[in-house]
Design a protein around this ligand. Structure first.
Ligand code: NAD
Length: 358
């Protein structure tokens, strides 16, 4: 099925109002989840609604929680989200980093104990829209999913990394990925009838490579609910020893340094930690020189010959922009099982999902 972004946002908002969120917070949840769908990252879109509702009801994430600045200096802040929604803590931390960097040239913001922050590229996009370069290291406490290079045992979360670089007079470069071979959400999408996984992104306890979501979730039964604790295997880290090393640094920077907690060992309360660096190009000298070198280099980059006749060399961020333009005009496509979970989430609040399809 296909649904316009505005109707989908309103439906998700109303579900979370029904679950006890303020209209403002519920609107942010809807807006950021649908924004992820618009970029094509369905793994971080509205497919998450049942899980967010579950977390809210179990007290794992707390509605209406105000992020607290627990340590503050002109170019540094440590923010504790106190397990509030990532859709509230994420924009708060990002706007704080932007404001501090504008004042002081550079800023570091550490965010701990945030509910799921969703698509991390969102925060890099917000910084880039304000003219700032940004780098984000993220981890997920309470979410052991990924085997380090050379191992079959889970030791990392999917620990995403993102960076944004504004380009004068053009769209920014936005790099944003999980340090796992695939994000957990992509395994979730594949297990619910969405895009199948590439070969060899999962690993069984005996070292066999796999693309079967059951490796992560255990036997896939008739229900859309998935629990990654039920699978015996793991997702592999991307990029062999290099990606595995970057995942380790995300755990240390976003989990250990921020005080948010690393992914393991032992049971932990689910939360995202994020260490973000914000830089104003002006702090590096002539803004014109930065802009000119960036433009020249990106033209050189884009001028690289494609490896195949129908291929194309893309900048990070380009695929998301293209998908966003397409989905804004045509609507957000959702697999029927995902739409069914939204309809079910709306029912207890007297919401008829079909009415949001316009
Ligand atoms: P991915 O593998 O789709 O990679 C996306 C990145 O690669 C983007 O920067 C994109 O612009 C770039 N890209 C894609 N195709 C390209 C091409 N042909 N040429 C050049 N660049 C290209 O991403 P992923 O690893 O599946 O991650 C998906 C999302 O999951 C991300 O938004 C990430 O932030 C999010 N995530 C969030 C959490 C969390 O705890 N909040 C955890 C893990 C992942």
């Amino acid at each position: 099925m296909q649904i316009a972004a505005a109707g989908l946002t309103a439906f998700v908002r109303d579900i979370f109002v029904g679950e006890g969120c303020t209209p403002e917070e519920a609107e942010r949840i809807g807006r950021y989840l649908v924004a992820a769908n618009l970029t094509g990252h369905d793994s971080h879109g509205v497919i998450r609604v049942p899980r967010y509702v579950g977390w809210l009801r179990e007290g794992e994430v707390v509605a209406g929680q105000a992020p607290e600045v627990v340590s503050d200096s002109p170019s540094f802040a440590l923010v504790d989200a106190h397990y509030g929604f990532g859709q509230t803590a994420g924009p708060f931390a990002t706007q704080l980093g932007i404001a501090k960097a504008r004042q002081n040239g550079v800023a570091i913001v550490a965010l701990r104990h945030a509910g799921h922050l969703g698509r991390i590229g969102e925060w890099a996009e917000q910084a880039a829209a304000a003219g700032l370069v940004s780098v984000h290291f993220v981890n997920v406490a309470g979410s052991l999913l990924v085997a380090p290079y050379g191992s079959v045992d889970r030791r990392f979360s999917t620990a995403p990394f993102a960076a944004g670089f504004p380009v004068a007079g053009a769209e920014p470069v936005i790099l944003d990925f999980a340090t796992s071979a695939v994000a957990e959400g992509k395994v979730l999408v594949a297990s619910q009838g969405g895009k199948p996984l590439p070969e060899g992104v999962l690993i069984e306890p005996d070292g066999r490579l796999s693309r079967d979501p059951a490796t992560l979730f255990g036997p896939i039964e008739g229900t859309p609910e998935r629990d990654s604790r039920k699978g015996a295997g793991a997702i592999r880290a991307f990029g062999e020893h290099k990606g595995s090393g970057l995942a380790l640094m995300c755990e240390l920077l976003a989990g250990a340094l921020t005080g948010s907690g690393t992914s393991g060992p032992g049971p932990k309360r689910f939360c995202n930690g994020m260490l973000s660096v914000y830089l104003t190009p002006e702090a590096f000298g002539s803004q014109d020189a930065v802009a000119a070198e960036t433009r020249t280099y990106l033209d050189f980059f884009k001028g690289a010959r494609a490896a195949s006749p129908d291929g194309e060399v893309l900048l990070p961020g380009e695929p998301e922009r293209r998908t966003r333009a397409q989905r804004l005009s045509e609507g957000v496509p959702l697999p029927d099982p995902v739409w069914a979970t939204l309809i079910a989430a709306g029912r207890p609040h007297g919401l008829d999902g079909e009415t949001y399809r316009g």
